[in-house]
Design a protein. Structure first.
Length: 225
């Protein structure tokens, strides 16, 4: 009974709404068909650009081989002749091993038994080429090479000490040189003296005016002034 009343009420309410125009029949939307994929793919394929044909590569050309160039050969250089090593005499070898400082001390040592009493320095200047009683000994090794052909400087100086009469220097009295140095000094001591004399090097003063001459010239200039 209650259900029937409920359905009648619902039907009456529906008719009333239709009469008032408030109720509308729902419109069902029909789904449209999806787009055709094949047509889109055809259009896309039509729009793709046509690739130009690939050019066929040409065969490689042969690279010309350059002709070898001749390398100029430098002219042969002359090989310098080997310098002969001087052969040292026994005296040269002995002098080379001696003590020049000891020889310098012996050079100025006074010896009572040398003649009437001398030292080497009494008659010879060690720092000058000028004459004292004997020749000056500065640069003696250069002059000694020219005295006797075939003799070294050491040989000549050694012989001049042990045998003063073996070679006489022009304008010098040979009697002034004591002849017994080889009795006063041993051979090794004489080699020390020779080693010292070979060290006497310096600028030549042989052309320098003598001090006495310079003083006389100065006095003459003062008198004339």
């Amino acid at each position: 009974m209650f259900n029937r009343l409920t359905r009648c009420f619902a039907l009456t309410f529906s008719l009333a709404l239709m009469g008032c125009g408030a109720y509308q029949t729902p419109v069902m939307q029909v789904a449209t068909e999806p787009p055709v994929i094949e047509a889109a793919e055809d259009a896309a394929s039509e729009e793709q650009p046509t690739m130009p044909p690939t050019a066929t590569p040409l065969p490689p050309t042969a690279t010309p081989t350059p002709e070898p160039t001749l390398t100029p050969t430098p002219p042969p250089t002359a090989t310098p002749a080997p310098t002969a090593t001087p052969v040292l005499s026994p005296i040269d070898r002995l002098v080379a091993m001696r003590d020049a400082e000891k020889g310098a001390a012996l050079f100025v040592t006074f010896q009572e038994t040398a003649g009437s009493g001398y030292s080497c320095s009494n008659c010879h200047l060690a720092d000058s080429e000028k004459t004292n009683l004997g020749p000056g000994l500065l640069n003696i090794k250069d002059r000694a090479l020219t005295r006797v052909e075939g003799q070294t400087a050491a040989e000549y100086i050694y012989e001049s000490i042990v045998d003063p009469m073996a070679y006489l220097v022009e304008d010098f009295d040979p009697e002034l040189m004591p002849r017994n140095w080889s009795e006063i000094y041993s051979d090794l001591e004489i080699f020390d003296i020779v080693a010292y004399l070979l060290t006497l090097e310096g600028e030549s003063d042989i052309d320098d005016p003598e001090p006495a001459a310079s003083d006389a010239e100065a006095a003459s200039d003062r008198e004339q002034g």
